[in-house]
Design a protein around this ligand. Structure first.
Ligand code: PMP
Length: 432
């Protein structure tokens, strides 16, 4: 299928893995939503730079200056990649989780937060300093907008408020009506942060077009290695807040006071929230991935992914026992070319009569296909989709069990119909 040659080569495409049935097979990485493989191009860029790297913002030597330039240029690349407004700041973080926690720490006094119960835990849980309104799972994109509007209508429009919403679900892959939600938020005097962890690897994210106030994403889902992420957007709340981490790099001037204490003047740039020696390799890798995706062109990537999604859904539809999970209930990803698809390359399903964990384990052991099983760090959403109480698993599906023991997985596929208490997810992208 010539359409399906990966437009962006990734590392690990030739890795072979042993099968329980004997022999070995080329590994099929279909867990991009957890962590995507690294682009060859990103790896090459990082390798070319590695001999030259040095401390950022901290050295007079040539290599330190080079690294400082690369780090700051990476910031500009991300600013451009996200089509940020003038004055928006790009803060390098460790991940989406870190970015949203940073923003949660920067909320103004008395800020209210509105979040759908269907969010990933990274979007659902960081708002511990605010009064949070959890919105019920909507069953259509339109209902999502109406639900948000009516929740916001009841609030004092003069007080600060933040809406946090995902761009694409890490469970169903479904796209959320971000532009409409942003308009609803702004109409009621609230701001909005977009969790683009699953959106940015698949679709162009334009802060201006979507009119969101902040965007968060992770490098390791955007074909860069682990350990780096981004929070980009409006400077005012970020600069009005105490630094996320206190320390060198965030402080412009520190002096002893006559009373014996210490006065600190914090930076008012992104550096305010980047104390400590920054992850220059991580930032550079993200920038390299941004360039690679931009050069490949999101129009082409989206069209090709539409084809892959349609193919996977058609294959799954041939198996009567398979139920694909969908919140919005519109399984027509192969809408005509040019039209916005309804989902990205993230598809979760259950197989009647099978325990999802066993099924996923069998895909790996017998076929060398790497997928994810579990609750995908979105317990309330998976509960809604399965219409049942999911099995108890640890955070993000890590079994609450000793190594070697699978938690809550009772019986075997041969034991006959088992209730699917968690799901199986296949996810893919530009490297597939
Ligand atoms: N939001 C969504 C939608 C995600 O899928 C994930 C990761 N699964 C996160 C946030 C958190 O990303 P990270 O683990 O990189 O912090």
């Amino acid at each position: 299928d010539p359409c399906c040659d990966a437009p962006l080569p990734v590392l690990g495409r030739d890795v072979t893995v042993p099968l329980v049935t004997g022999g070995e097979v080329t590994y099929a990485a279909l867990d991009y939503a957890a962590s995507a493989p690294v682009l060859q191009r990103v790896w090459d860029d990082v390798a070319a730079y590695a001999p030259y790297y040095g401390s950022v913002h901290r050295g007079a030597g040539y290599l330190s200056q080079l690294s400082t330039d690369l780090f700051e240029n990476s910031r500009l690349t991300v600013h451009e990649f996200l089509d940020c407004r003038e004055g928006d700041q790009v803060v390098f973080t460790r991940s989406t989780t870190d970015s949203l926690n940073l923003l949660a720490r920067a909320l103004p006094e008395g800020c209210e937060v509105f979040v759908f119960e269907t969010e990933h835990h990274a979007s659902l849980l960081p708002w511990t300093n605010a009064r949070v309104t959890y919105l019920n799972a909507p069953r259509t994109p339109g209902e999502a907008v109406r639900t948000l509007e009516s929740a916001l209508a009841g609030r004092d429009p003069h007080g600060p408020a933040l809406v946090c919403v995902t761009g694409a679900s890490n469970v169903t892959g479904e796209l959320w009506p971000v532009r409409e939600l942003a308009a609803a938020a702004h109409a009621h005097g609230a701001r909005i942060v977009l969790d683009a962890a699953q959106l940015a690897p698949h679709h162009r994210v334009s802060v201006r077009d979507l009119d969101v106030d902040w965007v968060a994403f992770s490098g390791h889902k955007l074909y860069a290695p682990f350990g780096s992420g981004v929070l980009a957007g409006r400077a005012d709340w970020l600069q009005g807040a105490e630094p996320y981490l206190a320390g060198g790099g965030a402080s412009r001037r520190v002096a002893r006071r006559t009373d014996g204490g210490v006065d600190v003047e914090w930076h008012t740039t992104a550096a305010r929230h980047e104390a400590g020696s920054p992850n220059v390799i991580g930032a550079y890798a993200i920038a390299s991935a941004c360039r690679a995706l931009t050069e490949a062109g999101f129009d082409a990537l989206v069209e090709r992914e539409r084809h892959l999604v349609a193919k996977v859904l058609a294959g799954l539809a041939e198996v009567p026992e398979v139920r694909v999970l969908s919140l919005f209930g519109d399984d027509s990803p192969s809408r005509s070319a040019g039209e916005t698809p309804t989902r990205v390359g993230v598809i979760s399903f259950v197989v009647e009569g099978w325990n999802s964990s066993h099924f996923a384990a069998a895909l790996s052991a017998e076929y060398g296909i790497g997928v994810r099983d579990g609750l995908f760090c979105a317990h309330p959403l998976v509960r809604t989709l399965l219409g049942s109480e999911p099995q108890e698993v640890g955070e993000c599906g890590a079994p609450d069990a000793e190594p070697g023991e699978r938690s809550g997985v009772g019986g075997s596929p041969a034991d006959g119909p088992a209730r699917s208490l968690n799901a199986i997810r296949v996810s893919f992208g530009a490297g597939t």
